[in-house]
Design a protein around this ligand. Structure first.
Ligand code: TXA
Ligand code: MG
Length: 353
């Protein structure tokens, strides 16, 4: 795998971009940074290229891919133009480039049918990352790109995460440093004038409501989101983002009770011979004893929790932790996306005190 190393900088040289774009035009796969997570890109119009994404990730072929474009002018070639409403225009103006994927009726014949997994719709977004935008412009193609992890693993927020999962299976990696938002884009669809959040993500329901004050926004419960998130791959739904060890979530309103409960739980696991880990936040990291205690962002700034979440989940595997307890977060704002991913990672095992 060709790996361009920019030493963590949010930019790439013109030559790096040119090489990566030429790989994409030749039908090869290239991982690249976006503001959410690294994506594994391929020419969305080329079925052979798209099939390489599914092969490299071990992704079930009935789970559709998001298409990335550099500019709204590319949209008319990909979707049915009469499907774009004033609401869509408001959303695109407010959140593109950015972590919002909009599901629209696909224009027949414009994309490989494997991108949409046979659906009549396609999810599209313009990423807000200078390297992604440069690459998309230089390639001059709509680029299908799921997260650049092995299917079921935490999504990559560093180029090294991509290499850990996919080295030897893809054409190259463009390194643009740490991604920033840390959780994937929000996937939405407008149906009969109402807005459905199919996957919570970097744009919050509150932000959507702010730009469309009169819109009825359906935010599914986490279990319903599972079904909508991977509409035709229900078998995958409980293994996403999971560390290798057993993990469950503990949450409650009384901070001291939560800390005491988790410590007893961890001590009991330790005495059974488990290697123990706790996923918590900067404010609370000093209160715990375990083989590995990870401070994932700060409760006072939930966006830092989202930013650090997937890297934190990966550290438990690096240390061979077999029993993990994760603290939950309040289910508001970006917290909805964080809880959605944590619940998936924990196979929905949760204790509410
Ligand atoms: O932030 C992101 O969205 C990242 C970066 C790389 O852009 N991409 C990403 O892709 O997360 P992926 O493939 O890991 O997740 C795509 C999600 C899946 O849950 C898929 O089921 C849903 O979007 N999706 C894609 N097309 C859809 C469609 N036509 N209808 C409903 N859901 C769709
Ligand atoms: Mg993914």
């Amino acid at each position: 795998t060709y790996w361009n190393v920019n030493q963590g900088e949010q930019r790439a040289s013109a030559q790096d971009i040119a090489e990566a774009a030429s790989l994409l035009r030749q039908g090869d796969t290239v991982a690249f940074p976006t503001e959410t997570v690294y994506g594994l890109g391929a020419d969305a119009t080329n079925t052979e290229a798209v099939l390489q994404i599914f092969a490299a990730k071990g992704r079930p072929s009935d789970n559709p891919l998001i298409v990335h474009i550099a500019d709204v002018t590319q949209l008319s070639g990909l979707v049915q133009s009469d499907s774009l409403t004033a609401y869509h225009q408001v959303l695109m103006k407010a959140f593109w480039p950015g972590p919002l994927t909009i599901v629209l009726p696909v224009r027949a014949g414009s994309l490989s049918p494997f991108v949409t997994a046979g659906l009549q719709t396609v999810g599209i977004r313009i990423p807000d990352h200078p390297v992604a935008l440069q690459l998309l412009r230089e390639a001059g193609l709509p680029i299908a790109a799921p997260s650049a992890n092995s299917s079921g693993r935490p999504s990559p927020t560093l180029a090294s995460h991509v290499r850990d999962d996919l080295d030897g299976k893809i054409g190259g990696i463009v390194d643009g440093g740490a991604t920033g938002v840390g959780v994937e884009s929000t996937v939405i669809q407008l149906v009969d004038g109402e807005l459905y959040v199919l996957r919570p993500g970097g744009v919050t329901a509150e932000q959507l409501q702010e730009v469309l004050p009169d819109m009825h926004i359906h935010v599914a419960e986490p279990t319903e989101v599972e079904a909508a998130d991977t509409p035709r791959a229900p078998g995958m739904k409980y293994t996403h983002y999971a560390p290798k060890g057993y993990m469950h979530i503990v949450q409650g309103d009384d901070e001291l009770e939560v800390i005491a409960w988790i410590q007893r739980d961890i001590d009991a696991a330790k005495s059974r011979g488990e290697s123990t880990g706790i996923l918590t936040f900067e404010e609370r990291v000093g209160g715990y004893r375990a083989d590995l205690v990870v401070a994932c962002g700060s409760l006072s700034q939930p966006e830092t929790i989202a930013r650090d979440l997937y890297a934190a989940l990966r550290t438990f595997d690096h240390k061979g932790i077999s029993y993990i307890v994760a603290e939950g977060v309040p289910d508001a704002g970006i917290g909805s996306a964080i809880m959605n991913r944590l619940l998936k990672a924990a196979g929905h095992e949760r204790v509410i005190l």
